[in-house]
Design a protein. Structure first.
Length: 568
């Protein structure tokens, strides 16, 4: 059955009961979130390998669309740290135009996810994978910021993680004192600001913004009055423009589209995971329930619009969403105000961004990477079963040493294999030799005649407990093979399937082989306790004709009676 399209943006439902008091609260929350988003958008843009204004444009365009069309009341969208490594790698390999096309394709994929009702995708991504690649991204972001944080003199920074750290150690003697002070000082300001202003109204101002203001002023004063010109600023590296770009669609060719499928899928999957995680966390705080499919469609629309205006991939941002909630935002209006605030800042204050020290932005991202690392969750999973620990470390190391695309692919593969192994272990095949214990039966077991519990001579009874799929089917064949050499050949073989919730094609294949092999040996197979769902599958597979309808029984009593008739 093809799923019907359900697209219900939260904005249109909340406006039916909107009042002036909520508008005042949303305005305040939107202004604060806009201020919080400013330094992060600039830092994420630069760290991704694009100009700072592209980060702000992404926050404006994507943030507006996600708030207007999203399935969460409080979701704030924009560029995030999780995309930094992916974006940087795509630009290095395909250029900015390649990134634009990959983002457009990712937008299409996200819309397809929503239309196909895959909004519950977050439930099928194992938690160790999420923690593994999130921690790996955090470590990678931290690694990329060391040069600017300490002002190292390096002509080329290697892209490989290990080679990068080797190069850092070799260049450690070139640390620029004033840049290092600005960078480390920024980390200190961001860390200490919430503690210093805990009971003050200033606590609403983000530490990252305070660090940027303080360090930008300090760098300007040092340059003006102390002759310190070694602190590199955004203006030294980029040309700042404060005009909104016009919409432009890149030239698309089939060869380019084919080459960008993998990075586009990576962007889409990561965007889906992060946005739905953010929406789920927000639900727990405000006591609401987001529409995951609508949220995915909104994320897709945002990633279609952002690159058209020169932006980069976007998704729901957990930190900014929580800032919105903590400041009273309860409807998408707060997200719309946040986009409007960023637009005003971009148009009128953007030229001032050229004076921000690069070391300060590096300090901002160092704190972002620490908060993103989830080291407590990482340590918690280390106490879990070994299979979870293996998936965690495989995903983490692949993210750090190689890239996120490989990490997600291999991590999901490991998780699938471990899941199949666990599923196979939950299915048990039991051999009942002499009699069936009525205490182990269901409440509707027919206990009127205890003779019915006795297994007649010449009859074997096997019971399958759990899903009868490929793992269990192979195990059943192994048990049958062992017993064939240990016991005399029976006349009737009863297979109890009362606890089999479903059967797959491999299970049907193995069961067919068992029935055909038994028939060649002169053994009649009787199925017992087959539920209607499994019986419908067996009927389509032709078991009625193979065994005879009279040999597919609804209950063990009936199966034992049938076995006695066959033996007699």
């Amino acid at each position: 059955m093809t799923p019907s399209l359900t697209f219900r943006p939260k904005l249109f439902s909340v406006l039916k009961h909107y009042d002036r008091q909520q508008l005042t609260t949303d305005l305040l929350a939107g202004i604060i979130v806009g201020i919080v988003a400013l330094p992060l958008a600039i830092a994420f843009g630069i760290a991704s390998g694009v100009t700072p204004e592209k980060g702000i444009i992404t926050a404006i365009v994507a943030g507006l669309i996600i708030s207007v069309f999203g399935g969460s009341k409080v979701q704030i969208g924009g560029p995030t740290g999780a995309f930094i490594i992916i974006i940087y790698g795509i630009i290095q390999q395909y250029g900015f135009e390649g990134l634009t096309i990959a983002t457009l394709m990712a937008g299409v994929f996200l819309i397809m996810f929503g239309v196909l009702h895959l909004g519950t995708i977050i439930k099928y991504i194992p938690y160790p994978i999420i923690v593994g690649f999130t921690s790996g991204i955090a470590l990678t972001i931290f690694t990329t910021q060391i040069k600017d944080l300490l002002g190292l003199s390096m002509a080329v920074v290697p892209s490989d993680f290990i080679e990068k750290w080797i190069a850092y150690f070799e260049a450690f003697g070139t640390v620029e004192r004033w840049s290092a002070i600005v960078g480390i000082g920024s980390v200190a300001v961001i860390t200490l600001w919430p503690r210093l202003t805990r009971s003050s109204v200033l606590a609403k101002l983000p530490g990252s913004l305070i660090a940027i203001i303080v360090m930008t002023v300090a760098a300007a004063l040092l340059r003006q009055y102390a002759g310190v010109t070694t602190i590199e600023t955004i203006g030294d590296r980029f040309s700042i423009t404060a005009t909104l770009p016009s919409a432009q669609v890149p030239d698309l060719t089939w060869d380019v589209v084919k080459s960008l499928v993998t990075p586009a899928v990576t962007i889409a999957i990561l965007g889906a995971i992060e946005s739905l995680l953010s929406a789920t966390v927000a639900d727990g705080v405000i006591g609401d329930r987001h529409d995951s499919n609508t949220e995915l469609i909104a994320q897709g629309l945002a990633n279609l619009a952002s690159p058209v205006f020169g932006g980069i991939p976007a998704t729901g941002a957990i930190a900014r969403t929580m800032t919105n909630i903590n400041n009273g935002g309860r409807t998408p209006v707060a997200g719309i105000v946040h986009a409007a605030v960023l637009t005003l800042i971009f148009l009128f204050l953007m030229p001032l961004a050229q004076y921000i020290p690069m070391a300060c932005l590096a300090g901002v991202l160092v704190v972002v990477s620490y908060n993103m690392s989830g080291w407590r969750s990482f340590a918690g999973i280390m106490k879990n079963p070994k299979s979870d620990v293996i998936v965690l470390w495989v995903t983490f190391l692949l993210t750090v040493v190689f890239d996120l695309t490989i990490a997600i692919e291999v991590g999901l593969l490991c998780a699938c294999l471990l899941f199949m192994r666990r599923m196979a272990e939950t299915t048990d095949v039991k051999v009942i030799s002499q009699e069936i214990n009525p205490e182990e039966e269901d409440s509707d077991f027919q206990m009127g005649n205890l003779e019915h519990l006795t297994i007649p001579a010449g009859v074997e009874v096997y019971e399958i407990n759990g899903p009868y799929f490929f793992g269990a089917g192979n195990r059943f064949e192994e048990i049958m093979g062992v017993l064939r050499h240990q016991r005399q050949k029976p006349r009737v073989r009863i297979i109890r399937m009362r606890k089999v919730p479903f059967v797959d094609s491999t299970g049907i294949h193995n069961l067919t082989n068992l029935c055909q092999m038994s028939q060649r040996e002169g053994i009649q197979v009787v199925l017992s306790g087959v539920n209607p769902t499994v019986q419908a599958v067996l009927h389509k597979a032709g078991f009625d004709a193979m065994l005879g309808q009279e040999n597919i029984c609804s209950h063990i009593n009936i199966a034992l009676d049938r076995a006695r008739q066959l033996v007699a």
